[in-house]
Design a protein around this ligand. Sequence first.
Ligand code: APR
Length: 228
Amino acid sequence: MKRIAVLTGAGVSAESGIKTFRDAGGLWEGHDVMEVASPEGFAKNPELVMEFYNLRRRQLFEVQPNAAHIAIAQLEKDFHVNVITQNVDDLHERAGSTDVLHLHGELLKVRSVHGYESIEWKKDLHIGDLHTDGSQLRPDIVWFGEPVPAIEDAMDIVAKADYLIVVGTSMQVYPAAGLVDYAADDVPVYYIDPNPAKLHNLRNPFEVLAMKASEGMPIVAEKLRTNL
Ligand code: APR
């Protein structure tokens, strides 16, 4: 089976009703991103950060995967598909994707402030909720300035892919945005985004679909199936 790597960002979940960060003017629900998504922000106001992620976690139970998540999941009928997502929601999994790498962590997981072992967590998280080792639990989210532990696995996936699809990302946040550079030179790259970023120095065959994910994903899926 041919291998497809699908790199997704906030835009793939936009039509499910989850706001993208940069389309909201750089504010997440009225907060500067560094207040709620950085170790410094957590040190300064841990209650605010916990509440911010509690709200986002609760919102997850009110939204559903959209046609783009579903089109990505259905590629698995004909291809070996690896989803690499910058999103912390679980909409790819709920649409049926079986191999999803979360570069920036997951809303439905927490971890100790001292370690990387993920623990499933569906309810609100508060200061005082402790790991069995006695340390405070925190959202299992990769905040700005923190290492991205899954990036090497993501590089391997992209390097082995026969096709690369990039959906709904402004390609501004590294190291995720640099992953396209790991595709072999002859690998076709499809980029679906109504407001696509300019990708410089890309040698690959490259097609931009300047449209919503729910419109562009089925088109790309059809093209790839026709090539089989
Ligand atoms: N379909 C596809 N793309 C869309 C749609 C849609 N319906 N609506 C908006 N977009 C696009 C925007 O044009 C933009 O290019 O989604 C992209 C969202 O960009 P960002 O908000 O920057 O999200 P993302 O690229 O995922 O951000 C990367 O930065 O905010 C941090 O850690 C967070 O994982 C996130 C990372």
